[in-house]
Design a protein around this ligand. Structure first.
Ligand SMILES: *Cc1c(COP(=O)(O)O)cnc(C)c1O
Length: 415
């Protein structure tokens, strides 16, 4: 991309992170057209395993040695991605019985898998208890239902308490904490929960405190992790057993929109060393866990769709693709974003051409909200070209209404 984006911002940093050869996008050594032929159809998602590995390396440098890095499977549950990460991280966080199954299939020991999420059914709780993974309790009722499942199985179930913290994080894309919430047990109600836990067949292992997602402000992140640590230390005084598992969340964000600045991880290293040092000094049996989803995989994925039709309408060029919001809901601005902004988008087979032909890039669905790119600066494109949407490695197919309008589902490939 040589020209600034039409909405007045600079080209997105994502463009610098991808290579091209002969003017075409290259995905971990694969020419995009060749990869499309290999996959056999468009649209598809391609995930770059080298980029995922590099991101883990970066985090290993950043995180204190004592910290265990977990992958939040819901960000991208493709089994190949989960298996690749199994060789790189220390555990998984899952949010359903199916995610648990994917995580356990990698061979991780059950105590390295945590199961969070409101609305766990009796069947899921029984599966989790049988598996021996750590159930992150979201309420007293859930605790009682898990205890019944464990009793029926004749086992004790490892548990952590998911805490709804009494502070709020500034700068987080998705606010959690500070008020009423469907997530976790209010911090002030945790001592009463411990009393109710006393005679149940549950093994208390620790806490899970997740303060929010998609945070691009390093100051806010550090502030949140300090507050999380304070909350954990305060609650540990009431705990029925030593804290061995302390999930302090994560929420590291990635830049999606032209105005987003990548998270400046520079100051994190010293701050985390300080926070974690304090925690492990005071809770010597605790493994501190940082759980990340989108930060691990989001920037490693690209969504590729083909231009099926090109038309003009009252002065605007429309590139109509075979993709759309049924595959990439977030890129159309319909995944909880307040304002619709463009994801970084390119013509993958004209990657180095001057972007002098602004266009509307749309999907194939019969709804005006199926808008993938609004007045995007692109090279002059033709039918048959490939559109690439970057920053698509997290919350893609699994977070999109794949059956809406009954078109084919997207394919996925890890290269
Ligand atoms: C969704 C979720 C995550 C992952 O969030 P990312 O923004 O993808 O890192 C981590 N922990 C919990 C409890 C979650 O609900």
């Amino acid at each position: 991309m040589t020209e600034p984006l039409a909405d007045g911002a600079r080209p997105h940093p994502a463009f610098d992170r991808w290579q091209s050869a002969d003017g075409r996008l290259v995905i971990n050594g694969w020419d995009v057209e060749r990869l499309a032929a290999r996959v056999g159809a468009t649209p598809f998602y391609a995930y770059d395993r080298a980029k995922i590995s590099a991101r883990v390396d970066h985090l290993r440098d950043l995180l204190p040695d004592a910290v265990r890095l977990h992958y939040a499977v819901k960000a991208n549950p493709m089994p190949a991605v989960v298996h690749h990460l199994a060789g790189l991280v220390d555990g998984f966080d899952v949010a359903s019985a199916d995610e648990m199954q994917t995580a356990l299939d990698t061979g991780f020991e059950p105590l390295s898998v945590g199961f969070a999420g409101p609305g766990k059914t009796d069947a899921e709780l029984a599966q989790a208890a049988a598996a021996g993974i750590v159930v992150e309790l979201e309420s007293v009722g859930e605790m009682q239902r898990l205890a019944r499942a464990a009793q029926t199985l004749g086992c004790r179930a490892p548990v952590a308490v998911r805490v709804n913290p009494d502070f709020k994080v500034r700068g987080s894309g998705m606010h959690m904490g500070g008020g009423a919430s469907q997530f976790g047990v209010d911090a002030e109600a945790v001592p009463a929960l411990f009393e109710a836990m006393a005679d149940l067949p549950l093994d208390f292992r620790g806490f899970h405190i997740f303060a929010g997602s998609q945070n691009l402000s390093v100051d806010a992140l550090i502030q949140a992790e300090r507050a999380v640590a304070d909350t954990a230390l305060m609650l540990a005084e009431h705990a029925p057993a030593p804290v061995r598992h302390l999930n302090i969340g994560g929420g590291f964000g990635i830049p999606y929109f032209p105005k987003d600045r990548p998270l400046d991880t520079g100051p994190l290293k010293a701050a985390l060393a300080d926070i974690v040092g304090d925690l492990t000094a005071r809770l010597p049996e605790a493994h501190v866990i940082v759980e990340l989803g989108r930060y691990l995989v989001g920037e490693a994925g690209v969504y590729i769709a083909r231009v099926i039709d090109k038309k003009a309408s009252r002065g605007q060029t429309y590139l109509v693709t075979d993709g759309g919001l049924h595959h990439q809901l977030a890129a159309t601005g319909n995944f909880g974003q307040g304002i619709r902004r463009n994801y970084p988008l390119a013509i993958a087979n004209r990657f180095d051409a001057p972007a002098d032909a602004p266009a509307q890039v749309v999907g194939c669905l019969c709804t005006p909200i199926d808008l993938l790119g609004d007045k995007v600066a692109l090279p002059e494109a033709q039918v048959g070209d490939l559109v690439a949407i970057f920053q698509s490695g997290a919350y893609g197919p699994s977070a999109s209404p794949k059956d809406f309008l009954s078109h084919p589902h997207p394919r996925e490939v890890l290269v």
